[in-house]
Write a protein that binds this ligand. Structure first.
Ligand code: ZN
Length: 198
């Protein structure tokens, strides 16, 4: 799907745009009037962590689960843990902050940097034992470099060091895998309907 045909959550529609019309996430730094999508701004990221702001739209995340987009390898690991009934704890901290469910569904479909990180991870994602049914399609998608999942976590922790802001995500409570991010469209539409009815 073209990015400008993906429906936007209201708070995302209110974000500034780049020259092509891409909404600029809250944690993206600007240099000379241009958003640097591949980078994460330290101060903006620290503010999101401290104030429980969504890393995409910069508005408050209510108490309860938070969401993020995970790439191929991590998506497979989480899916396998959930299928086996094992607790999953992402022991490796990440600089990618949490967000609203709608914002992360949207980001999974339009953010080329998430797609790129999936591509980097794909080699290890297809190694190992034959996956179970739950994760098999994620592994197939990972082989093409476009698989991932939008995952809800019960809680997150953060640490602010002098140079970076690191997040750790605890206890997955929702698991929305995709072979191709366009498959998230029905989930995004349903979530936007739900928001509109509040
Ligand atoms: Zn948001």
């Amino acid at each position: 799907m073209r990015f400008d045909t993906v429906p936007k959550p209201p708070a995302v529609a209110a974000r500034p745009r780049d020259d092509r019309g891409y909404p600029v996430p809250a944690i993206t730094p600007w240099e000379d009037g241009r958003p640097q999508f591949a980078l994460t701004d330290y101060e903006r990221s620290a503010a999101c962590a401290r104030e429980r702001l969504c890393s995409v739209c910069n508005t408050l995340m209510p108490r309860g689960p938070v969401w993020r987009v995970v790439g191929g390898t991590e998506a497979v690991a989480i899916g396998e843990a959930l299928a086996a009934g094992r607790p999953y704890r992402n022991m490796a901290p990440t600089t990618e902050g949490p967000g609203h469910r709608a914002c992360m569904l949207y980001a999974s479909m339009v953010c080329p940097y998430l797609a790129r990180s999936n591509a980097r991870r794909r080699v290890t994602a297809v190694q190992g034992d034959t996956p179970d049914g739950l994760t098999a399609h994620v592994v197939r998608g990972a082989a093409r470099g476009d698989a991932g999942a939008v995952v809800g976590f019960a809680e997150y922790e953060f640490g602010i060091t002098p140079t970076k802001v690191l997040f750790r995500f605890l206890d997955p409570v929702e698991w929305l895998p995709h072979d191709d991010a366009d498959e998230q469209l029905p989930n995004l539409r349903a979530e936007l309907d739900r928001i509109a009815q509040r």
